[in-house]
Design a binder for this molecule. Structure first.
Ligand code: GTP
Length: 245
């Protein structure tokens, strides 16, 4: 199977080493040189088995593109998009992770800095659905307690190949207290809805920080660095939606 562009991997690797050398990628330095283009910066993560369509979901959302070939992600990659959600200009940094087992050590390092996670399975693959239990258990283990999650059954355009009934998706989502969407990156069904809903959930979960930010003179709220701050404090202390496609 071909692999995704090595440059992305190098950038991601560089970002990884830099991030872990400094504790966090300091987007504030970079962004302070720009005019205010958003109110809040936050980080989302997309998880699920190889081939369920994580990269396609992301490409559809950020660039409105769809690639019919499967080019496996190596490690991690990310894309950015600015959204208007509930009157707030939100810059989302979305991390696309490799579904292949051999990259799990790398990708797990990204869980703890995510504010929102999309767990993806493929409605034409029962095994990808069963593996959601494993992905969800990894999230419980490695992501922050406050992380917001949604469940996505992708490839809803492939109705004739369906192996996972929509009710099963709904049921599993309810069990985990998540909202559920069936999507199609191919036909652009429910893509914006899923990402925007997750962003809303993150903003709601961080209402306290949002209220403090709105009453302050700060130019923007960088939740990714709030998380870095939380990490530091921790270490100091120790030291349903239906698809119409
Ligand atoms: N029919 C259909 N095919 C899709 C859809 N989304 C993705 N695919 C196809 O599924 C295959 C895998 O998509 P990717 O986005 O590369 O999968 P991935 O989850 O990122 O895979 P890894 O990088 O290996 O973890 C590709 O051939 C896509 O064209 C969809 O909504 N419908």
């Amino acid at each position: 199977m071909p692999t995704r562009n090595a440059t992305n991997f190098l950038i991601s690797s560089y970002a990884t080493s830099l991030e872990y050398a400094t504790g966090i990628l300091d987007f504030r330095v970079f962004l302070s040189t720009m005019a205010k283009q958003y109110d809040v910066l936050l980080r989302l993560l997309v998880l699920g088995d190889s081939g369920v369509g994580k990269t396609c979901l992301l490409c559809r959302f950020t660039d409105n593109e769809f690639n019919s070939s499967h080019i496996s992600t190596i490690g991690v990659d990310f894309k950015m998009k600015t959204l208007q959600v509930d009157g707030i200009k939100v810059r989302v940094q979305i991390w696309d992770t490799a579904g292949q087992e051999r990259y799990q050590t790398i990708t797990k390092q990204y869980y703890r800095r995510a504010q929102g996670i999309i767990l993806v399975y493929d409605i034409t693959s029962s095994s990808s659905f069963q593996h959601i239990l494993k992905w969800a258990s990894d999230v419980d283990e490695f992501a922050p307690d406050k992380v917001q999650r949604i469940l996505v059954g992708n490839k809803a355009d492939e109705e004739q190949m369906r192996k996972v009934p929509k009710e099963q998706g709904n049921k599993l989502a309810k069990t985990y207290g998540m909202e559920f969407f069936e999507t199609s990156a191919c036909t652009n069904c429910n893509i914006n809805e899923s990402f925007i809903r997750l962003t809303q959930l993150v903003l709601q979960a961080h209402k306290k920080e949002m209220d403090a930010f709105q009453g302050s003179t700060n130019k923007y709220l960088d939740m990714t660095s709030l998380w870095g701050e939380q990490d530091k404090q921790d270490s100091d202390a120790n030291s349903q939606k239906s698809c119409t496609c």
